[in-house]
Design a protein around this ligand. Structure first.
Ligand SMILES: [Zn+2]
Length: 297
């Protein structure tokens, strides 16, 4: 098994999640586990793990996380906050093994799970009205997380649950902890949204999603700052060096990961490109999976 050091900065305080394992589609393929250190946006450590027959993805993540935590300890790096996706096995491991570390969930992953549920609901009879609300609900989720650093769990949850009223065009009387919305008067298109009706099938079903046991547990754990987006960025660099379409040997994969990590660390903090008149340049990409939405690059 290999352990590789890929960054030269150790004075940092956070590591991020065990990567979503994108290399384990067939038996005995190497799986990876990468840790991005957020303040410097550098890949700090990655673990190449040989996937044994039938081994579960979560077990690979756990092994990778465990090794990276050992790696940090060995180099006297304190992990103040660990941001991961919300896998139960990882949650349990962190709770049992990293007592001094705050464990937070990446909002993107929680939003992704919620979007899936909303999409499934929109396909049910009489429930298509949920579709125009998907984006607002995702925004509300991000806002709940970003506006709640160090707030107590009940308040964070109350903020999230106020969405139940918002979608009815009700903006106060939410709860004792979070009585009314913090946005200004709604204007223009915001005022003429297709509000849902209380008691309708779609509203009741939506309530089940908003107040589900999983959401109730996940929302207070959302990371208010650091997310795992850099890690997703690393994945695309990684795919460039080690295409998922091709199977590599363990050492072949390891070498490609090294190259990917060096490339990432060299380029991750590059200055933004500007046009001649000084405006920031962006490339807009319409990826298929975004279903018509765009990403700024
Ligand atoms: Zn409101």
């Amino acid at each position: 098994m290999a352990r590789t050091l890929v960054a030269d900065h150790y004075q940092n305080t956070s590591v991020s999640e065990p990567a979503e394992d994108n290399q384990n589609t067939s038996v005995s393929e190497p799986a990876e586990d990468i840790h991005i250190d957020q303040p410097n946006n550098h890949a700090m450590d990655f673990e190449e793990i040989l996937k044994a027959m039938k081994s579960k993805t979560a077990a690979i993540w756990e092994t990778g996380l465990q090794r990276s935590v050992e790696f940090c300890k060995h180099h006297n790096i304190k992990t103040k906050t660990l941001v991961t996706d919300r896998h139960v096995q990882i949650k349990k491991w962190v709770r049992e093994n990293m007592e001094d570390t705050t464990h937070a969930f990446d909002v993107w992953h929680v939003a992704k799970g919620m979007k899936k549920k909303l999409f499934a609901l929109s396909k049910e009879k009489d429930c298509s009205d949920v579709s125009p609300w998907t984006k607002s609900m995702v925004n509300h989720l991000y806002w709940t997380a970003a506006s709640s650093p160090n707030l107590n769990e009940d308040l964070v949850l109350a903020k999230w649950q106020s969405i139940s009223n918002r979608i009815l065009n009700v903006h106060d009387g939410h709860s004792t902890l979070f009585p009314s919305c913090q946005h200004d008067e709604l204007e223009g298109r915001e005022r003429h949204k297709r509000w849902l009706k209380p008691g309708s099938k779609v509203y009741e079903k939506l309530q089940d999603i908003i107040n589900s046991k999983q959401m109730t547990k996940d929302i207070p754990m959302l990371s208010s700052g650091q997310q795992t987006s850099e890690l997703e960025g690393f994945h695309s660099v990684d795919n460039h060096f080690a295409s998922k379409m091709i199977g590599f040997s363990f050492h072949g994969m390891l070498s490609r990961q090294w190259l990917a990590a060096m490339h990432f660390n060299e380029n991750s903090n590059r200055d933004h490109a500007y046009t001649q008149d000084g405006k920031a340049r962006y490339r807009i990409v319409y990826a298929k999976y975004k279903k018509g939405e765009h990403t700024n690059m």
